[in-house]
Ligand binder design. Structure first.
Ligand SMILES: [Zn+2]
Ligand SMILES: [Zn+2]
Length: 260
């Protein structure tokens, strides 16, 4: 690079010949003898190299940041896709559980109603039998009562003894009346618990090792087949079967525990 014809910013018609280390500035002969008199000077080339090194450093930084941004974009997309899939699955599962539990609840309620009806029928049967027996005993009692009244009102001894003979022998036996157990059936409603249905739980997922490959350099090879490619932490050699060449692919950000 030619550093001989850089015009001085301060003095027209003069070219810069040095750079002032104290002011970090390009200077001409007039500058050196006036404003920058006594300052430490250096070669323009030295100044250029210094500035150029900074440019290279910044270039590397920009590249690294670009790659990081690409990885972040990739991760963001991946997280969104994964969470969307999980959302769909969770929604499907909730609706399926809703249907399953609705069916199960209806089935269980039907079973309880059936049990209750059976209970009711059994009580009704005992009631009907009891009623029938009571009616029967009542009739017998009435008959006995009438007969006894007749006997007690008889004034003739012959009739008295005759009627005593014919007195109904079928006496009412009250102990034979079967009374139902005094048990009532009540429904106690249960509490609906979250555990009966399930709940939403948040789980932190650990990102799997992801490698972004981008082509850095390509090489042609005469080899018909390659079984193994060498890999180091910065580059991987990949064999392209279609074009019969080897490509060096640069990894993105390689996680420390990632092995290939
Ligand atoms: Zn000058
Ligand atoms: Zn100076």
């Amino acid at each position: 690079m030619d550093f001989s014809n850089i015009p001085c910013q301060k003095h027209k018609g003069q070219d810069c010949c040095l750079f002032c280390k104290a002011c970090n500035y390009l200077v001409c002969a007039t500058c050196v003898s006036t404003k920058h008199n006594g300052h430490k000077m250096g070669e323009i080339k030295e100044f250029y190299e210094m500035k150029m090194n900074n440019v290279r450093k910044q270039q590397i930084e920009v590249k690294i940041n670009g790659r990081r941004l690409k990885e972040d974009d990739f991760t963001l997309e991946k997280i969104y896709k994964s969470t969307s899939e999980n959302y769909d699955t969770a929604k499907k599962d909730i609706l399926a559980q809703k249907t399953a539990l609705t069916i199960a609840v209806a089935k269980y309620a039907d079973k309880l109603l059936s049990d209750l009806n059976q209970d009711r029928q059994s009580i009704k049967k005992t009631y009907d039998e009891g009623k029938k027996n009571i009616q029967k005993f009542k009739l017998n009692l009435n008959k006995q009562s009438t007969e006894l009244d007749n006997i007690s009102s008889t004034t003739e001894a012959a009739t008295f003894f005759k009627e005593i003979e014919n007195l109904t022998s079928d006496k009412a036996d009250f102990t034979s009346i079967k009374l139902p157990d005094y048990i009532v059936t009540q429904f106690t409603s249960g509490e609906i618990m979250q555990s009966n249905f399930g709940s939403l739980q948040k789980k932190k997922k650990i990102s799997k090792c992801e490698i972004i490959l981008e082509i850095s350099k390509e090489f042609q090879t005469e080899l018909s087949d390659i079984n193994c490619v060498a890999v180091d932490t910065n580059n991987s050699l990949c064999y392209d079967h279609v074009n019969n060449n080897i490509k060096i692919r640069k990894f993105g950000n390689i996680p420390e525990r990632c092995f290939i």
